[in-house]
Design a protein around this ligand. Structure first.
Ligand code: FES
Length: 348
């Protein structure tokens, strides 16, 4: 008979089952739609750390770990029937809020109508779909949806660029995504070439995979490569909405001025919030006189803006390469691993 393992979070009613011990505790939580802090899922970032207070687990090296030890949930597999893990009181407060039943967001399949599919740069379109109010669509900042086409033959995840309101609903019943076309065969190319207003598209989600732990007053820097601006804007706008004096900076890296995304949104945010600012760097354009942009790669520019990121929460989003290079660079500027959160996307 298959063994069952019950995982609980101390001082809460959050519980979930792990079907067998081949799945990490983190994967079992995700499969049960339980939201727990995490980042890389590979043991590198430390975001999924918690304390084991009851039971035993085994780690990736098959070593048994018993209670009162700190564990990484993405590297831990249940070994006793009952496992209890503990978070700090601040973390627990956020977890309870995110997992409250009426706020728990279950991904659903939706058939939505395209209302706009407009070019915002030569390679990027902004795809917008109408979400009927009766669906009561709720999502967390930085969430993504899976978009499918041709009976699920093609499927790809796209980050939502909107920020939710205080009830986690869309402000306008329109959900939008930035879609970049690298001219490879795939869903992004189809969206660029075939999808028109009035078409119906199948989406599944939302999924809150870009996890972060940011308190109201933590200074924040969001670093985006190209369309990685979507989840960064979604999260930073939400944080600013909750704290109008938050110290926040968005840093966008694109190749040239043709590729700049969301510049008017960034200007509006700067006008609205006194401690918000943004920088745009152009990696393949020469410096022009009186130009407001930076030139060169993130590594060259970030150290001119910041000497020390040890007190910052750092959000990074972009291609694999961009995120890896930026991650290494912010570590050199003293950012703490536990304060770096990122989301990667492939360019295919
Ligand atoms: S170390 Fe577990 S999610 Fe990064």
């Amino acid at each position: 008979m298959e063994k069952k393992y019950l995982i609980s979070i101390k001082d809460s009613n959050i519980k979930f089952n792990a079907k067998n011990n081949n799945y990490s505790i983190l994967d079992s939580a995700i499969a049960s739609n339980i939201i727990l802090p995490h980042g890389c899922k590979s043991g590198a970032c430390g975001s999924c750390a918690s304390k084991l207070t009851k039971g035993t687990i085994s780690n990736k090296n098959s070593e048994l770990i018993s209670k009162n030890n700190s564990i990484l949930l993405c590297q831990s597999f249940p070994n006793s029937k009952e496992v209890i893990i503990e978070y700090t009181s601040d973390e627990l407060k956020i977890l309870k809020e995110k997992n409250r039943n009426n706020f728990k967001i279950i991904p659903k399949e939706l058939l939505l109508q395209v209302v706009e599919n407009k070019s915002v740069t030569p390679m990027v379109k902004e795809l917008s779909l109408f979400v009927p109010p009766k669906l009561n669509f709720k999502f967390y900042p930085g969430s993504h949806m899976d978009l499918t086409y041709e009976n699920n033959k093609l499927c790809r995840k796209y980050s939502i660029i909107n920020s939710p309101n205080n009830s986690l609903n869309l402000e306008s019943n329109i959900v939008s995504f930035l879609i970049v076309n690298h001219n490879r065969n795939g869903l992004s190319k189809i969206i660029h070439n075939k999808i028109k207003p009035g078409d119906l598209l199948k989406l599944k989600g939302p999924y809150a995979t870009f996890q972060y732990k940011i308190k109201k007053d933590d200074p924040v820097i969001g670093i985006a490569g190209g369309t990685g601006i979507s989840p960064i804007l979604s999260i930073v706008k939400d944080l600013l909405n909750k704290n109008h004096t938050l110290n926040a900076l968005i840093y966008l890296s694109v190749r040239n001025r043709d590729e700049i995304l969301e510049m008017s949104t960034l200007f509006k945010l700067r006008q609205k919030y006194k401690n918000f600012s943004f920088k745009i760097t152009l990696t393949r354009e020469k410096k022009l006189p009186n130009n407001i942009f930076l030139n060169g790669r993130v590594n060259d520019n970030l150290q001119k803006i910041f000497k020390d990121l040890s007190t910052h929460k750092v959000l990074i989003s972009g291609s694999d390469k961009f995120v890896d290079a930026t991650y290494r660079h912010v570590l050199k500027l003293n950012a703490l691993k536990k304060n770096i959160y990122y989301e990667k996307f492939s360019e295919n």
